[in-house]
Write a protein that binds this ligand. Structure first.
Ligand SMILES: Cc1cc2nc3c(=O)[nH]c(=O)nc-3n(C[C@H](O)[C@H](O)[C@H](O)COP(=O)(O)OP(=O)(O)OC[C@H]3O[C@@H](n4cnc5c(N)ncnc54)[C@H](O)[C@@H]3O)c2cc1C
Ligand code: FES
Length: 263
């Protein structure tokens, strides 16, 4: 494990009404796309956040509860803590084009992966989905990277109307072989897992479970025999076959099992 380090906030970007990107004044060395850091607000809590960019260290955060609301109140120049990187990231295949699917704040790790793939000259298409146009996050970041972009909105206000999972069949119409990499709400991941397994498409999915230590000690993030912080958060689609809790239940801070919420 690494001890927390303090770091100053260099820049804050408002991506949507509930999602902000924090660019921090330092870097995380040796990080791979899909890995995460534990972000620490002294006196409040410590929570896992995916690395959206390693240098400078950047995280894209959705305001969903007490910790993330406090983080959203921070200003440029404020100091926060972090430790990491942790977890198993995406293992990018160099032999086939990459289709990256991101929903909600799941676009953060996709930004790191898209940059990583583009640097290795692997053809990348990024599909981002949201309920409506104003909730599509980080579109400008992907446009600046110059990757192919597919946008979907549930209400059709921008891009294709429907779910981001449609991008798989759209992409399959033009490509015989490709690999799928995804991060987003679990119902989206369940749909992607099903499509990948039915159609024989190699897929890697980034999962979330409640985390405390972040490096395999506390057991809080256990998922049917896996520790999500250590064996994941990125799993190969086949590893998720038949997992009892995938798409069905999550655990709270006390370890109580609850039905998974949609979204
Ligand atoms: C590997 C990983 C990477 C993540 N990356 C990002 C990211 O890049 N951007 C982002 O906005 N969010 C990310 N999350 C989710 C983020 O950690 C939670 O949304 C955040 O902890 C919520 O805390 P809260 O107090 O604001 O809200 P709460 O009201 O406490 O929780 C809101 C939701 O977040 C879940 N959650 C709360 N605490 C934790 C925790 N310690 N570990 C995991 N889930 C928790 C709850 O189960 C609930 O579903 C990631 C989670 C994991 C496991
Ligand atoms: S968060 Fe402690 S074992 Fe995974």
């Amino acid at each position: 494990m690494s001890l927390p380090q303090t770091i100053r906030i260099r820049e804050i970007r408002e991506d949507t009404h509930s999602i902000r990107t924090f660019v921090l004044d330092g870097e995380v060395s040796g990080a791979e796309p899909g890995q995460f850091v534990m972000v620490w607000l002294p006196g409040i809590d410590e929570k896992p956040m995916s690395i959206a960019h390693p240098a400078p260290l950047t995280v894209t955060v959705a305001s969903v509860g007490p910790f993330t609301m406090k983080l959203h109140e921070k200003k440029v120049g404020d100091v926060i803590g972090w430790r990491g990187p942790y977890g198993r990231g995406f293992s990018l295949r160099e032999d086939v084009p990459a289709l990256l699917l991101g929903g909600g704040c799941g676009v953060g790790p996709m930004r790191f992966l898209a940059t990583y793939a583009a640097e290795r000259s692997i053809p990348v298409t990024v599909a981002i989905g949201a309920r409506t146009e104003s909730e599509l996050a980080c579109v400008g970041d992907f446009e600046a990277l110059g990757v192919n972009l597919i946008l979907t909105t549930d209400d059709g206000s921008r891009g294709h109307m429907g779910y981001v999972t449609q991008a798989i069949s759209m992409f399959a119409a033009d490509h015989q072989k490709f690999a799928v990499y995804a991060c987003g709400p679990e119902p989206m991941l369940v749909a992607i897992h099903k499509l990948c397994r039915e159609q024989g498409i190699p897929g890697q999915l980034s999962l979330e479970r409640y985390m405390k230590c972040g490096f395999g000690v506390c057991g809080q993030c256990s998922l049917n025999g896996f520790l999500v912080c250590q064996d994941g958060p990125v799993f190969d689609a086949e590893q998720l076959d038949g997992l009892r809790d995938f798409g069905k239940t999550r655990r709270t801070a006390t370890g109580r099992r609850l039905p998974l919420r949609n979204g």
